[in-house]
Design a protein around this ligand. Structure first.
Ligand SMILES: Nc1nc2c(ncn2[C@@H]2O[C@H](COP(=O)(O)OP(=O)(O)O)[C@@H](O)[C@H]2O)c(=O)[nH]1
Ligand SMILES: [Mg+2]
Length: 192
């Protein structure tokens, strides 16, 4: 996909704040620090697009970006953040669940994992939700440049087993080398 424009649109905590649901939408979720911003920036060839979400006041909300004015990307707040106070953690679930159950134009959720780590309980919960609501998901194992080639398959098997996802719904990715970018775009396009 040739990205000509990628712009921050709005930040929302509640349904009333979402932009109109007239364009197909892809959401990105993952544990804090997993490499979500880097992945989104790589997809759209920008350095700072997703960092906009780190602006104070936007870190815990849903952040919407318009891509080529053809689709929206939605950046979820990172989960499993030990430092985040309980009150904020408690907001995450209802906010995300409201979004997932109400957003008619949501076509795909990209769930991002660090390829060096075991999937967490939160990752498992999210994928279970997505299955329950019949929302298509793709699992991305990012930072793939950090592990030896020979370990890839082992990690994939672990993810398949723990998260119950199929082979063709798993993508190896690196924001450093750009590996997986085309593969992920292909999966996104196929859902639009
Ligand atoms: N080696 C490597 N480092 C990465 C990759 N993606 C992200 N990082 C690093 O991981 C850290 C967290 O990345 P960031 O995109 O901010 O994560 P976020 O909190 O999930 O948005 C930063 O230091 C990034 O430079 C990757 O594909 N390869
Ligand atoms: Mg981020």
């Amino acid at each position: 996909m040739k990205v000509v424009s990628a712009d921050f649109v709005t930040s929302a905590f509640k349904q009333a704040g979402y932009p109109p649901d007239t364009l197909p939408e892809v959401a990105f979720a993952g544990k804090s620090n997993v490499g979500k911003s880097s992945l989104m920036n790589t997809l759209v060839n920008r350095k700072n697009l997703a960092r906009t979400s780190s602006t104070p006041g936007r870190t815990q909300s849903l952040n919407f970006f318009s891509i080529n004015q053809k689709l929206y990307f939605v950046d979820f707040p990172g989960y499993g953040f030990a430092k985040v106070p309980g009150e904020i953690r408690k907001q995450w679930k209802p906010m995300v669940e409201t979004y997932l159950t109400s957003r008619k134009n949501l076509k795909l959720v990209v769930v991002i994992l660090d390829c060096r780590r075991e999937p967490s309980r939160d990752d498992g919960d999210l994928l279970e939700w997505l299955r329950f609501y019949k929302i298509p998901a793709v699992v991305v194992l990012t930072k793939i440049d950090k592990i030896p080639f020979g370990r890839r398959n082992q990690q994939k098997l672990l993810v398949k087993k723990m998260l119950k996802v199929e082979d063709d719904h798993i993508v190896f990715f690196s924001a450093v080398t750009g590996e997986g970018k085309e593969d992920l775009w292909k999966k996104i396009r196929s859902k639009l």
